[in-house]
Design a binder for this molecule. Structure first.
Ligand code: NDP
Ligand SMILES: Nc1nc2c(c(=O)[nH]1)N=C([C@H](O)[C@@H](O)CO)CN2
Length: 227
């Protein structure tokens, strides 16, 4: 494994599917999780780190710097979709903002060693309009989206930095039929798409030679409806 794509939050749902599809396509992947790895693929190496922890984040950075001469990319997928209890803002800031900031800053030179290098921030379409029910989540995802612009300007043209902003991808396992019906009704394309649209957007960005500082919105036309 010479120049992997570092992906955070890969032990379930979108991150697990994304890491396996990238490995099947021939990319080497360094999968970072706070819990023991799920799944196995010869092209996927695993590192366990809770990105809320400064110490564990620093241990990850040290491991990467000691293990690889370069990085093909970093995909910041790790996330918690928490409500607005007071302690949750700090937690989501650590995961959505602080960890991507430090990983980008402290691994930028390894990205520059790769012939093509991409940073991809997985954001959220709710950042464009706010969220009454998840104020802190939307705000921290908006900060991650803003960092896309800063890092794209800072790291270009050697490293491309882009955002993907989904609306709905996969419902939580415990979401009720009533919640699901209400959420589906908010978009023009009223179905649960799964991880595939995000995976397609990642492959586009990894292949694109003319995208940086951009934001790919995947929301089923949510912005076209007023409810
Ligand atoms: N699902 C959807 O409909 C939508 C998703 N998105 C975004 O897409 C991305 C993937 O979504 P989805 O798969 O549903 O996300 P999930 O919430 O299901 O999973 C997120 C991943 O991040 C990991 N993670 C959480 N906290 C930490 C931490 N402190 N350190 C390391 N890893 C951590 C989780 O690990 P663990 O299992 O240990 O918690 C999990 O692997 C996320 O960024 C999400 O915000 C945006 C809009 C809609
Ligand atoms: N980390 C996560 N972020 C988000 C999730 C999720 O499950 N994990 N889910 C959503 C919802 O699908 C929402 O977009 C509509 O129900 C948003 N972010």
């Amino acid at each position: 494994m010479t120049s992997p794509i570092l992906i955070t939050g890969t032990n379930k749902r979108v991150g697990l599917q994304l890491s396996e599809r990238l490995a099947e396509a021939g990319f080497d992947v360094l999968a970072v999780n706070r819990s023991p790895a799920a799944g196995h693929h010869p092209r996927i190496a695993h590192f366990q780190a809770d990105l809320r922890s400064t110490e564990e984040r620093n241990a990850l950075i040290a491991f990467v710097r000691n293990s690889y001469p370069s990085l093909r990319g970093i995909i910041h997928n790790a996330s918690l979709w928490l409500d607005d209890d007071l302690d949750n803002l700090d937690t989501m800031f650590r995961i959505h903002v602080e960890a991507p900031f430090h990983l980008n800053r402290e691994l930028g030179d390894l990205l520059r060693q790769s012939a093509k290098a991409d940073i991809i921030h997985i954001c959220d379409d709710s950042s464009s309009r706010g969220s009454k029910s998840h104020v802190a989540y939307a705000a921290t995802k908006a900060a991650l989206q803003n960092m896309t612009l800063s890092f794209a300007a800072l790291y270009g043209p050697d490293v491309h930095v882009n955002a993907i902003s989904p609306g709905l991808l996969i419902f939580k396992e415990d979401s009720t039929p009533e919640y699901q019906a209400k959420a589906l009704n908010k978009a023009v394309l009223q179905y649960e798409p799964g991880a595939e649209p995000l995976i397609q957007a990642v492959f586009y960005l990894l292949e694109s030679n003319y995208s940086t500082g951009s934001n790919i919105v995947i929301n089923g036309g949510r912005h076209l409806r007023r409810n």
